[in-house]
Design a protein around this ligand. Structure first.
Ligand code: NAD
Length: 319
């Protein structure tokens, strides 16, 4: 496993990170033995960055990750989130996020997290995130309950603008840089790089679109994107390669992203993914994949308040 610096934090994170949302049964029902072995296999194979949230499985993922990490907490860099608690349950107030970290620490069975992130900030009020949430996160950091702070979300301009106005250590962007899409590099990456902000790229499989089993029923991508993804899966199968191997390798080759977070809950996926990132991509196959994706390239979907979307009001704020 290779490790990279996460921006200006002193954290050295594995290039492949463990996304813990599947531990909360977000994609399918899981069992305790497979969850625990997935987490332990990941640590044994050198994965040291784990990302979770109270939202995943409505606290289940944090509970279960906490259980799996008993006796191994010190071997990992642990990131969780605050502000999102349900599909429509958001509260980015200072009061809520300050209570939230204590609840997360109890579930995770630890007394600090390495990274605390405001979760899906596009569902919040821009000014509140900048003027209330981020200062509250900095106070939590000063208390020692979080070593660093960050933000997560889908719309790239809001992530960039909030980072510029509020000051954060890390940004987690998802479904904006992988085989299906790459607009993260137009809108967010240059800002993160110039300012030494740690960049975390999540959902290299486009939240399940680039898998043999296909996306979960709640997947928000437009149908043409799902159909193009299914064609990429078929194309890889015809060429005798695993689509996840190509998708992960593509993401970890990014020159600035510190870690790519893939969702896992099964030990065999952990083993496959750790091996998958070591296999170079056949350039001809990549060209064919690009051709399949071209008609839907950079198509995304709305998320959060209209004014926070990439073409809404907040997106054009000066920064
Ligand atoms: P993903 O693209 O990583 O896809 C996950 C799905 O792929 C799961 O069903 C998983 O079981 C499956 N999978 C993993 N490896 C596989 C393999 N080798 N073969 C076949 N299937 C495989 O999507 P994700 O889980 O949404 O994203 C990864 C992580 O990033 C999340 O768990 C979460 O930690 C983080 N994330 C954060 C945000 C946010 O903060 N707003 C949003 C999205 C993701």
């Amino acid at each position: 496993m290779q490790y990279r610096s996460l921006g200006k934090t002193n954290l050295k994170v594995s290039i492949l990170g463990f996304g813990a949302s599947p531990l909360g049964d977000e994609f399918r029902k899981t069992t305790a033995p497979e969850r625990n072995s997935a987490v332990h296999a990941a640590i044994d194979r050198g994965i040291n960055f784990f990302d979770v949230s109270p939202y995943y499985g409505r606290t289940l993922a944090e509970e279960r990750l906490g259980e799996a990490l008993v006796g191994r907490r010190d071997e990992v860099i642990l990131a969780t989130k605050c502000g999102r608690y349900d599909i429509d349950g958001f509260d980015f107030s200072a009061r809520r996020v300050t209570a939230s970290i204590d609840e997360s620490l109890r579930r995770l069975r630890t007394d600090y997290v390495d990274l605390l992130q405001a979760h899906d900030i596009e569902f919040g009020d821009y000014r509140q995130i900048v003027e209330e949430t981020i200062p509250a996160l900095r106070r939590i950091q000063q208390s020692g309950k979080a070593r660093f702070i960050g933000i997560t979300g889908l719309p790239l301009k809001m992530l960039r603008n909030v980072a510029a106005a509020g000051g954060v250590d890390t940004i987690l962007s998802y479904c904006r840089y992988n085989l299906m899409i790459n607009d993260m590099d137009e809108i967010l990456t240059p800002y993160a790089r110039e300012n030494g902000i740690g960049l975390i790229n999540a959902s290299p499989l486009h939240m399940g679109i680039l898998t043999e089993q296909g996306p979960p029923s709640w997947h928000p991508a437009p149908e043409p994107v799902k159909r193009a993804g299914a064609k990429v899966v078929e194309l890889c199968a015809r060429r005798g390669v695993r689509v996840a191997d190509v998708a992960l390798r593509y993401c970890i080759e990014h020159p600035y992203v510190a870690t790519t977070l893939v969702g896992m809950s099964r030990p065999d996926h952990v083993e496959r993914n750790v091996e998958g990132i070591m296999k170079p991509i056949d350039p001809e196959l990549l060209a064919e994949i690009r051709a399949v994706v071209a008609p839907v390239a950079n198509i995304t979907w709305p998320s959060g308040r209209p004014e926070n979307n990439d073409y809404g009001e907040s997106s054009d704020r000066a920064h």
